[in-house]
Design a protein. Structure first.
Length: 252
């Protein structure tokens, strides 16, 4: 089975059968449990005949979570191929208010920091979750000013693997990454141990074989190019298959 993503508009609208909505509420992810199942699912469902796919997403979000006030955005289209492909559209929603759960197919909702272990579609849902999470991180943080708290400053050793950090490395408080912990960041251009640092997110390192993406933070936007970032973070990123997304949407 294969899961693939495409930009909105590349798939014919009449082929889109499903709307899937990764939704957050109060900083956590909403997952739902069908009345006839014991596993967790991302909210979503089938498109009705003649229905606009964007309306499908809003309807399904309400029917499956009770969400009353929310902001919703289409992320991309996707396909799942077994014997033949099926198509859907993937959304992200920030829920501001949850009302009563409608008495329909869903029997329970629950908030999680990360993907729950028991999923109804474990071969599909992790890909959709990671896609949305990475789009959120890229769009929310790249080019923005952030404060990083250092838990592994310049010259310190990794607590498990023993290598020395040649740059400062820390986390952004009150954020959630793919592993349920705070989003981590590499600090470039500072050559002494720091306790904290404020700078601009000049790049995102998107790990293709891991749940976590990393931010790259610097005082200046144009001080480092993508090749220099790759070299400076290789001490840790060499263990992963990664893509560097630069400020201005340049990719490596």
């Amino acid at each position: 089975m294969r899961v693939e993503f495409s930009e909105i508009g590349q798939v014919d609208d009449n082929k889109l059968e499903f709307a899937v909505i990764c939704a957050s509420f109060q900083g956590k992810w909403i997952y739902v449990k069908h009345k006839k199942r014991s596993t967790w699912e991302i909210p979503g469902g089938h498109r009705e005949i003649g229905e606009d796919i964007n309306y499908t997403a809003k309807r399904e979000l309400f029917e499956e979570t009770g969400a009353e006030n929310f902001k919703i955005k289409a992320i991309c289209d996707y396909s799942v191929t077994r014997d033949k492909p099926s198509y859907g559209r993937l959304f992200y929603a920030e829920v501001e208010k949850l009302g009563d759960l409608p008495d329909l197919e869903i029997g329970k909702i629950q908030l999680f920091n990360e993907l729950p272990e028991k999923l109804t579609y474990p071969e599909i849902q992790p890909f959709l979750y990671k896609k949305v999470l990475r789009e959120i991180i890229k769009n929310k943080y790249i080019g923005k000013k952030v404060k990083v708290i250092m838990d592994r400053p310049f010259g310190s050793k990794h607590p498990e693997h023993g290598f020395v950090y040649p740059i400062n490395y820390g986390y952004i408080p009150d954020t959630i990454s793919g592993d349920g912990e705070e989003i981590d960041a590499y600090i470039l251009g500072e050559f002494e141990p720091l306790k904290s640092f404020e700078g601009y997110v000049v790049a995102v390192i998107s790990r293709k074989n891991d749940n976590e993406d990393k931010l790259v933070v610097c005082k200046d936007f144009n001080k480092y190019n993508k090749d220099q970032i790759k070299v400076l973070t290789e001490f840790q990123e060499r263990f992963f298959e990664s893509e560097i997304i630069m400020y201005g949407n340049k990719r490596c």
